[in-house]
Design a protein. Structure first.
Lengths: 853, 447
């Protein structure tokens, strides 16, 4: 125990901390500029000086470690003089252009001078002149205003790990500069913006738009982009989002954001939004009224249900919609439309993987705290780049690497290139073998756990197989995994959407089981976990209750007042195929764009065209909405209340930030149609839906918005098992595909975009305006390709033209393309084959030819 | 440990007794640090071996590393970089840290204006330094040594690299030094021309490949240094003393020069003297003796005006204050510091405002930019001084100069800012009238 005395106040400390920290915990304010709670001490600004008894000079509180018996004063004539002179020094070369500086009003230097500074300066010489830089698309740099606190550099280097900027030059000629000559060429997380105390780095999308005090309101809400669910504050003026800012000590992201979260907010304010319902008349979409459109839908659905039965109707829910939307949607499909044909795009990855792991390893196996990654000794990453799919989760991996955690990567994860301990790159079609080999080796070294007989049997069975694998680094990877210490596995969805993806999933489950590892599933959309929890899957009711268990079904039927159809529904691709076969006649799509987001676009398009009736509820006229018979405007992320459940199963509140009169909440629209069809649903507010969810779903039992608002509403669930134990692990006949030397096309999840949503965010389009085909250095050389070359990418499915980007991190014969830009999505070039076990459309191994144009 | 001397003859030495002599007696002492440098091939390993070089290496290896540290402690050797910290004590701190590997870094970044004392060792006697490094490395159990060489010494780099190559060939460096199963590797790392990299933590940052800026202390480099490991940073001259301590023994060594900081010292004299240069003299010799006896007095028979005794960062002494013993302990009592032992002599024709301006121009240029008072303060001071020197001084400028330098003083991150402020404070203390006249006459009174 350390006891120190600050300003006559006794402070007891458990461990040695800096005097600054000790003072802050005791509520004593010491002014600072270069110090920041997320960053290591720097000691540059010299503002936090204090007097310490028996020390001659004034000491900086940020660097001085409290020692037992220290007597400290934070206020005195000498301290005031020192602070005043430091502020005078800071102002001698500061341009004092507060009237035109965006930071005025929230500028730390301004506040400090106001409180501690002198009223007039004595500097009569000429100030340093540095022209403002507008060379970057997103950031302006004004190095006259810079106080060289280096918070941005430390943030970029030590927290974000992008290392894109540094201070160049010396003394008064020091400037913060990006390493690339003009633009920043960085991850555009903008965390440097957050920590800049002055107006030295500013966001161009927000530049000169308004003053901090002109904000109408600030709303704390959740980022709509990925499955991490970062918290931030939305600043609104005139019913339009002006800026998104994170807050330190708030939310699981603790003040950090990624490019999508920070700059993607313009989506809902887009001019391209659908404002009124559209109805197809004579082959064309025409503007219509809500009444007409809703009646048309209700009549059509009723007609089909009554003549062909519920099985002729199917619904596609959305991992971007709230829990409330999805709950009402599945209830509508089951109770009003009498069908269990409900699925979502999550089938391609998260929903299938999550279900598979829970069946094998128990419920909640994927519910692990993201921040806990930092405490792992070993992190195994496969199936994608966490720093691109879930950037804030990626930061936890980078932080772990800095603390000495071993990072093992299988496949491509560019964002971890500088942080990995080792990396292996298996040939395409060989991932399953590699993982099965690892599982077998771990089994040989550690034996079985004996807790899950079915799993044990299968692992033992696998070890009988002889595996011939020769990949550089595999032996080291095995040694690392067996080196002891806690293991975390971060699984991206690239290894899930495989035609035999269940083999990979089984091997990962086995490794997780034998090593008692923590499993994290990367989640591309904000509410993939919630979607499953809400029962937007063909075989489970809300709360993970299997449809086939009569008892569970009955409980729901009592509350829902009606009967749920017995027959299990079809999964996503089965729905599309049934549509093509005319077995499904009506498809209701809520907040999804299957034409763009599913493989084999032309097939999907044809299938949807053969429908009797297609309803699409969306905020934009997407590729799918263009084919619809009725398009209903929906409300975007910032326009509604609701909840999201993130990938670690944390339930968080989404709050309405702006009023857009032309938008309508998805759940409200659906309950109206339902009522028109004779199944009454009345919810005055989103909160009332949660009230119902809390009564029917064991996972959300007794949960209220008040409870969620307090934070930390997350797994564990304590109650009866949601589902039974798997006694037999399903297997399927193995197929072998011949490996060829050529190139294979694979989808890429890029950092700056998220599905099709972000393509309406102007700032994100500025950062990444064009799709690029990523190709490894070797293959680029072979094909004679240079950075920026235009190429045509062709597969059996079709051909598109894109620019080439050479990626030194790609070591295998894959070429990567994102699925974000109109008419140039990778899925349009991919074919699929459904995995018999997980029902995931497998899209790997698409041979591709690349020609320079 | 036995202290029998194997080479040299103590009777022939002219020791400075522990009382300081202020007379003009010429001191002739046997050269220790600059031994054999008159030989044009002195940098060659064979020439060095011919005069007894590398003999102390095998002698040192006979002792336990801890005993070598004890011996250096007992010798009273203080760091010659400027701060005068007891070397043996520094070593024992690094030795006490349980972390391995430990690193040994030789600070050859002599950049203090007026200082060129390490240059003769680097260019003429590199093997003495290398021998010192190997013994020191052995003492602190470091297996890797670096010579952080200032960017402006390209010739020294050539010499050092050749000497290191020769030492490797003769098995003084390598995995198995002298077949004694001792590992020591040595490499030269050349700085890029920043004065601040002479500060040990900034030097380490630069050595790691980062921008040279000082680090927060504590932790000190002896615990958390290069790549986070215990690191000893010693000056060229300091390390070059080590072989002699092993050779002569701590007791004999401690007899040389002042009692509190014994040993030979390299003084480099520049400015208005007849014979500028590097002089190896016992520690504690008086400033007057250095200037008048060894450096031949003031050039062209002019009158002495002022002396900066230990490099530009040390306070200026007026002509009547030069009867002071030049060592780490005595100089602060006489209003300045020994610093690097770089004596800058100025005669009556020198404009002190110009000297101050030139010094501040240097400090402004070399300020690393990390902390506010140094970065902004040196620039402000330089701008005021430039005006005064150009005849555009204003009423109140002297008060402002004094106030700004007092504000910098004691509030900067590292001593660079203190040094800059100290120049102005010292000059104003002794030569305020020159500043006043500049302002009054609106021109430089010496031009």
């Amino acid at each position: 125990m350390i006891t120190i005395n600050i300003n006559e106040k006794e402070i007891r400390l458990d461990k040695p901390v800096t005097v600054l920290e000790a003072a802050r915990t005791a509520g004593i304010k010491i002014p600072t500029l270069c110090a920041h709670e997320l960053l290591e001490a720097y000691g540059g600004c010299r503002l936090c000086v204090v007097e310490v008894e028996r020390m001659l000079k004034l000491q900086t509180a940020c660097t001085l470690i409290a020692a037992d018996g220290m007597v400290i004063r934070t206020k005195s004539e000498a301290i005031s003089n020192a602070r005043r002179s430091i502020l005078e020094f800071l102002l001698i070369n500061h341009p004092l252009d507060c009237p035109v500086c965006d930071k005025a009003g929230e500028c730390e230097l301004q506040d400090l001078v106001n409180k501690y500074g002198a009223t007039a300066g004595r500097f009569k010489e000429e100030k340093r002149k540095v022209p403002e830089s507008h060379e970057d698309r997103i950031f302006t740099r004004n190095m006259e205003r810079c106080v060289l606190c280096t918070r941005c550099v430390r943030m970029c280097n030590d927290v974000q790990g992008a290392s894109a900027i540094n201070i160049v030059g010396r003394g008064g000629r020091s400037r913060m500069e990006p390493f690339s000559p003009t633009s920043f060429n960085c991850e555009y997380c903008g965390n440097c913006l957050t920590v800049c105390p002055v107006g030295a780095i500013l966001s161009r999308p927000h530049l000169h738009s308004l003053r901090p005090w002109q904000i109408d309101k600030e709303v704390e809400t959740i980022c709509p982009y990925c499955g991490v669910g970062c918290s931030f504050v939305v600043q609104v003026r005139d019913e339009s989002i002006k800026r998104v800012i994170p807050r330190f000590g708030f939310g699981l992201n603790n003040g950090l954001l990624c490019s999508r979260g920070r700059f993607g907010y313009e989506v809902t304010g887009s001019q391209e939004r659908i404002k009124v319902p559209l109805v197809r008349i004579d082959g064309k979409l025409h503007q219509s009224t809500w009444d007409y459109a809703l009646n048309l839908i209700a009549d059509k659905l009723k007609d089909i249900r009554d003549t062909h039965g519920g099985s002729a109707i199917a619904g596609i829910a959305s991992p971007r919609c709230t829990n409330e939307d999805n709950y009402v949607f599945q209830k509508f499909m089951r109770m009003a439309c009498k069908t269990n044909n409900i699925d979502s795009i999550s089938r391609i990855g998260f929903a299938s993987a999550q279900r598979y792991f829970e069946d094998l390893l128990g419920q909640g196996i994927t519910a692990n705290i993201i921040l806990g990654l930092k405490n792992s000794d070993i992190i195994l990453v496969l199936g994608g780049d966490p720093t691109a799919v879930n950037p804030i989760l990626g930061l936890s991996i980078r932080a772990a690497a800095r603390n000495g955690t071993k990072i093992a990567v299988i496949g491509n994860a560019k964002g971890l290139e500088r942080f990995k301990t080792l990396r292996i790159v298996p040939d395409i079609f060989k991932e399953a073998e590699v993982l099965e080999y690892l599982l077998t080796e771990i089994f040989r070294a550690k034996g079985l756990r004996g807790e899950k007989p079915a799993l044990d049997r299968k692992i033992e069975g696998l070890s009988g197989k002889s595996l011939k694998i020769d990949i550089a680094g595999l032996a080291e990877l095995k040694d690392v995994l067996l080196s002891g210490g806690s293991v975390s596995i971060v699984l991206g969805m690239d290894v899930v959407h495989r035609s035999r993806g269940h083999r990979i999933l089984f091997a990962v489950a086995g490794i997780t089981y034998l090593l008692e590892a923590r499993l994290y599933l990367l989640s591309e959309s904000s509410n993939e976990q919630g979607l499953i929890d809400m029962g937007c899957v063909p075989d489970m009711l809300p709360g993970g209750r299997p449809l086939v268990v009569g008892d569970f079904k009955k409980r729901f039927e009592t509350v829902w007042k009606g009967t749920i159809p017995e027959k299990g529904g079809l999964t996503l691709m089965e729905i599309i195929e049934a549509t093509k076969d005319k077995k499904i006649k009506v498809l209701y799509v809520m907040g999804e764009n299957p034409v763009f987001n599913l493989p084999n676009t032309s097939y999907v398009k044809e299938a949807l065209k053969s429908l009797d009736f297609l309803v699409v509820q969306d905020i934009f006229l997407t590729e799918t909405a263009e084919l619809a018979d009725v398009v209903l405007p929906a409300s975007g992320w910032s326009e509604k209340d609701g909840t999201y459940t993130n990938l670690e199963r944390r339930i968080q509140l989404l709050r309405k930030a702006v009023n857009t009169p032309s938008s309508a909440d998805d759940w409200r629209t659906i309950s109206e149609i339902s009522s028109k069809m004779g199944y009454e649903m009345h919810y005055p507010r989103a909160e009332d839906i949660m009230e119902e969810i809390a009564t029917v779903s064991p996972l959300y039992k007794d949960l209220t918005y008040d409870e969620i608002e307090k934070g930390n509403c997350l797994w564990p669930y304590n109650g009866e098992p949601l589902r039974g134990v798997v006694s037999e692990i399903p297997a399927a006949e193995e197929t072998f595909r011949e490996y060829k030397e050529g190139l294979y096309l694979a989808p890429e999840k890029i950092l700056f975009h998220s599905g099709t949503l972000s393509r309406r965010a102007l700032a994100l389009r500025k950062i990444c305006p064009e799709p690029t085909l990523k190709i490894g250095t070797n293959h680029a050389e072979k094909l004679g390709l240079k950075e920026g070359d235009n190429v045509s990418v062709s597969t059996a499915q079709g051909s598109i033209n894109v620019q080439v980007s050479i990626d030194t991190a790609i070591k295998d014969n894959k070429v990567l393309l994102g699925n974000n830009f109109e008419g140039r999505g990778v899925f349009s070039l991919l074919n699929y084959e459904i995995d018999p076990i997980t029902k995931v459309p497998g899209i790997e191994g698409c041979e591709v030819t690349i020609e320079k144009i | 440990m036995c202290h029998s001397r194997k080479s040299g003859n103590p009777e022939k030495r002219n020791w400075i007794p522990h009382q300081v002599r202020n007379d003009r007696q010429k001191i002739i002492m046997e050269k220790i640090l600059l031994k054999n440098i008159e030989n044009p091939d002195s940098a060659d390993i064979n020439e060095y071996i011919n005069v007894g070089g590398y003999k102390n290496l095998s002698k040192a290896f006979e002792y336990q590393p801890k005993d070598v540290i004890e011996e250096v402690k007992k010798s009273g050797l203080r760091g010659r970089g400027g701060a005068g910290f007891p070397t043996g004590m520094k070593w024992s701190f690094a030795d006490a840290d349980p972390k391995f590997p430990k690193y040994l870094v030789c600070n050859a970044d002599e950049g203090e204006p007026g200082t060129f004392k390490d240059r003769p060792i680097l260019e003429k006697n590199p093997h003495l330094l290398i021998e010192g490094l190997i013994i020191s490395g052995y003492a602190i159990r470091a297996e890797y040594g670096y010579i952080y060489l200032r960017g402006e010494y390209p010739y020294a780099k050539e010499v050092l690299n050749r000497a290191i190559r020769q030492a490797y060939e003769k098995n003084y460096l390598g995995d198995n030094v002298l077949g004694k199963n001792i590992k020591f590797h040595l490499a030269v790392y050349q700085g890029a021309g920043a004065y601040i990299c002479g500060e040990e933590t900034a030097l380490i940052e630069s050595l790691e490949g980062k921008k040279g800026q000082p680090r927060i202390k504590p932790p000190f480099p002896v615990n958390v240094g290069a790549w986070g490991m215990p690191t000893i940073v010693n000056n060229v001259e300091t390390l070059s003393n080590v072989p002699y301590i092993i050779e002569a023994g701590a007791v004999a060594y401690s007899q040389i020069g002042s009692k509190d900081c014994p040993g030979p010292k390299l003084y480099c004299i520049s400015g208005c003297v007849e014979k500028p240069g590097v002089y190896e003299l016992p520690m504690g010799i008086s400033l007057r003796n250095i200037i008048y006896t060894h450096a031949g007095g003031i050039k062209d028979g002019k009158k002495l005006k002022a002396v900066i005794p230990g490099g530009i960062s040390t306070s200026v002494l007026p002509a009547d204050k030069i009867d002071c013993p030049m060592d780490f302990v005595s100089m602060p009592k006489h209003g300045s510091m020994l610093g690097s032992g770089a004596v800058i002599v100025m005669d009556e024709s020198v404009c002190m405002v110009k000297v101050t301006y030139r010094a501040l121009k240097f400090f402004e240029h070399e300020s690393c930019g990390k902390c506010v008072p140094c970065r902004e303060g040196t620039e402000w001071l330089r701008k005021i001084l430039e005006r005064i020197e150009q005849g555009m001084g204003r009423e109140g400028d002297i008060e402002l100069l004094s106030d700004v330098s007092e504000t910098i003083s004691g509030r900067t991150f590292c001593p660079l800012g203190d040094g800059a402020a100290g120049v102005v404070i010292g000059m104003l203390k002794h030569f305020r009238h020159e500043f006043e006249e500049h302002i009054k006459n609106a021109k430089c009174i010496f031009s």
